[in-house]
Design a binder for this molecule. Structure first.
Ligand code: WT7
Length: 668
């Protein structure tokens, strides 16, 4: 039987009957006050999408020139707000300067305490101050010859300058591409090559759990890497702008590297925004796919801005008086849409924290919530499960009564974690929005509306306005309630990806071929009798490890790039904390002897090639991998072995049956 069939025809075993209707008090003050109101708006957004989106685009955004048409769509190409011109930084900053919000906090930032124990710094930037910093840095970019359409790669710690740099790019029409600071030099080089970036923005280092992450050193290494053809991967780079954060010694390459703070001395505070077309690209963000090559997902200007603004407003019920904290790093899409663009477009106050949740102690987050009077808190299930493990006593030390809404993102939240979040963090009082979306979708597609939707622990509930998700079978037909299938989106939405950077074919193949005419999410899902969506997880060879999407093929190619490794297959195993853990099956080259150290050597090798997030949790050495006669690795069997379950199903296509029993025994 082909492997694919089994993947989407599963029966879901999770049964969860609890329902939590919104509290009347919350609903009364919310933007959307009842299920009926949500349903009415949803219906309108589906029956008259152009009217619905056109109206909101006019009322929510500031335009330099109005759009002529709301949208056109011909698979796979969508265009939104055609003919319109605007600037994202103006919509996030300048527009608030004429209101009473000009001098309120836009960003509240806390740094990690330094390794020498010095307390973490704290900085607050009002909208007016943030606007000035963005204009100044935009002028620095211009000084470095960055203009409209040029790509700028950010490899930075989570400091205000990261958000400033993103907005500065948006101001002059440059396209930012943020690479998470936990990725390796090799990953940086690959992304520079793919995007053709002209400038890298980085810092001498960043702090993480008391250690320094050597960001600049990694950039130096990245800029030395050559491809298989002997040519540099990074010849597009003209300059590197270095922020001083850790103040430790770093190499400065004359003629290429400049200091951020020095550059600022040469520029003034005025920087007129560049008026951009609705469909001009805003950013590229690389994500994992099921091949070894990272995919540059790109988003454009108007549709992305409108959708992230509206989802922030309605899903988080965000208002200017909110202190909103999203714990994501700007290296992920969540950090783009719901740390920077969405909250600032709404004139809210966004909290930003550089460090780890257990630094210096496991109550860091709760301490910060109390200290800043955070009202909306958005984090990931893997973090919630970790907090549960650390113990409720760390939470109880702090007063969390400022909180009024909780959010979750990144992977399915198990009902147990949901209940803990609800009771211990939310005091039984805060609605939880379990938000389903992807790098590709730009914003939240399935989520409760907190004043309207009754929630069920573990379900992302119902679609946002304009979104038509469906669960379908192999033939693309909608499956009956409570049957597993593939999650697809039937209609275009404003913040959908516009493509894979430089690879139109891959865009078509990955997202538009699987189910004709629909966007394929790669997720498995079921819908219950109330129409609620229950996301089950990825159905392709992409794993969700601690909320990070990791392509198994990427880890495999990193493993085989090590001189000792002949072959590698990476699969997932369920993990209590991380959701999924990576298990690698490795065969070694003939002459290599397996010893205890090799496991660690290979794990570190993967960390170097891709980054620590992709380190296999478990490496099992084997003499051979189970293969079909046509040479395809039978992952289904490896998954069963990795989870320690008995091997079931068809093994008749297996070339060498004895491999299986040997693999099962290969654990130490
Ligand atoms: C994949 C997207 C969206 C920002 C963070 C991850 C999984 C995401 C949920 C959720 C169940 C979820 C899906 C999705 N996912 N949110 N609320 N419930 N699964 O972005 O790296 O692009 O990953 O994360 O599998 O496809 P990403």
């Amino acid at each position: 039987m082909p492997e694919k069939k089994t993947a989407s025809n599963f029966t879901s075993i999770l049964h969860e009957d609890r329902v939590f209707p919104p509290h009347a008090e919350f609903s009364r003050k919310a933007h959307i006050k009842s299920l009926a109101e949500y349903k009415r708006l949803y219906r309108e957004s589906i029956t008259s999408p152009e009217k619905f989106w056109g109206r909101h685009a006019k009322s929510e955004l500031v335009w330099d020139r109005p759009f002529k048409k709301v949208m056109t769509f011909k698979v796979p190409d969508a265009k939104w707000f055609i003919g319109g011109r605007l600037n994202v930084s103006v919509n996030c900053l300048d527009r608030h300067l004429e209101t009473q919000h000009a001098n309120k906090a836009a960003l509240i930032w806390e740094g990690e305490p330094a390794p020498d124990g010095k307390p973490g710094e704290e900085r607050t930037l009002t909208y007016r101050q943030l606007h000035r910093e963005v204009c100044r840095f935009a002028n620095v970019l211009k000084r470095q010859k960055v203009g409209k359409g040029d790509r700028v790669l950010l490899y930075m710690p989570l400091v205000p300058e990261a958000a400033i740099a993103m907005l500065a790019c948006a101001r002059i029409g440059a396209v930012h591409s943020v690479v998470f600071g936990g990725f390796s030099a090799q990953s940086v080089a690959d992304r520079i090559k793919d995007s053709g970036a002209k400038v890298v923005l980085t810092a001498d280092g960043g702090y993480r759990r008391g250690a320094i992450v050597p960001l600049k050193k990694n950039v130096d290494d990245a800029l030395k890497i050559v491809g298989p053809d002997g040519k540099s991967l990074t010849s597009s780079i003209q300059s590197v702008i270095v922020l001083r954060r850790t103040f430790h010694d770093i190499h400065i390459e004359e003629g290429r590297d400049v200091w951020w703070h020095r550059e600022l001395e040469y520029v003034d505070d005025e920087c007129p925004p560049v008026s951009l077309d609705s469909e001009d690209p805003l950013f590229i963000l690389y994500t994992s796919g099921s091949t070894g090559k990272p995919k540059g997902i790109y988003h454009t200007t108007a549709g992305y801005l409108l959708y992230t603004k509206m989802t922030s407003k309605y899903v988080f019920d965000m208002k200017p008086e909110d202190v909103y904290w999203c714990t994501a790093d700007i290296g992920w899409i969540t950090g783009h849409s719901y740390l920077v663009y969405g909250p600032l477009a709404n004139g809210a106050t966004a909290v930003m924290y550089e460090g780890a949740p257990n630094w210096p102690e496991p109550d860091r987050f709760w301490r910060m919530i109390q200290r800043h009077n955070v009202t909306i808190f958005y984090t990931a299930p893997t973090a919630i499960r970790t907090f549960m493990k650390w113990g409720t006593e760390w939470v109880k030390k702090h007063d969390l009564r400022s909180l009024r809404l909780l959010g979750s993102v990144g992977e399915p939240i198990n009902p147990e974690a949901w209940m803990w979040y609800h009771e211990v963090i939310g005091g039984g009082r805060c609605p939880i929005v379990d938000t389903w979306w992807q790098t590709e979708t730009g914003g939240i597609l399935i989520s409760p509306i907190p004043g309207a939707t009754p929630t069920k622990p573990g379900s992302a509930t119902l679609p946002f306005f304009g979104i038509v998700p469906e669960v379908v079978d192999e033939a693309g037909k909608v499956v009956p309630p409570n049957t597993g299938g593939k999650l697809v989106i039937r209609k275009p939405w404003p913040s959908m990806l516009r493509g894979v950077w430089g690879d139109k074919q891959r865009f078509r193949d990955v997202y538009w071929k699987e189910v004709k005419g629909s966007y394929f999410t790669g997720d498995g899902c079921r819908r219950d009798k109330d129409g609620y969506f229950w996301i089950v997880g990825r159905i392709d060879d992409v794993l969700n490890v601690a909320g990070h999407r990791i392509g198994t093929a990427e880890v495999e190619s990193a493993l085989v790039s090590h001189p000792s490794v002949a072959e590698a297959a990476v699969v997932g195993r369920n993990d209590e904390l991380k959701g999924q853990a990576l298990v690698a099956f490795v065969t070694l080259k003939g002459s290599v002897k397996m010893d205890g150290d090799l496991r660690e050597v290979l794990r570190n090798h993967v960390a170097r090639e891709i980054g620590p997030v992709a380190k296999p949790d478990d490496i099992r050495f084997a003499e051979a991998l189970p293969k079909t006669r046509s040479g395809k690795i039978m992952r289904r069997l490896l998954k069963q072995i990795a989870s320690g379950v008995e091997i079931v199903g068809d093994t008749t296509t297996l070339e060498d049956l004895s491999v299986l029993s040997r693999l099962s025994q290969s654990e130490e």
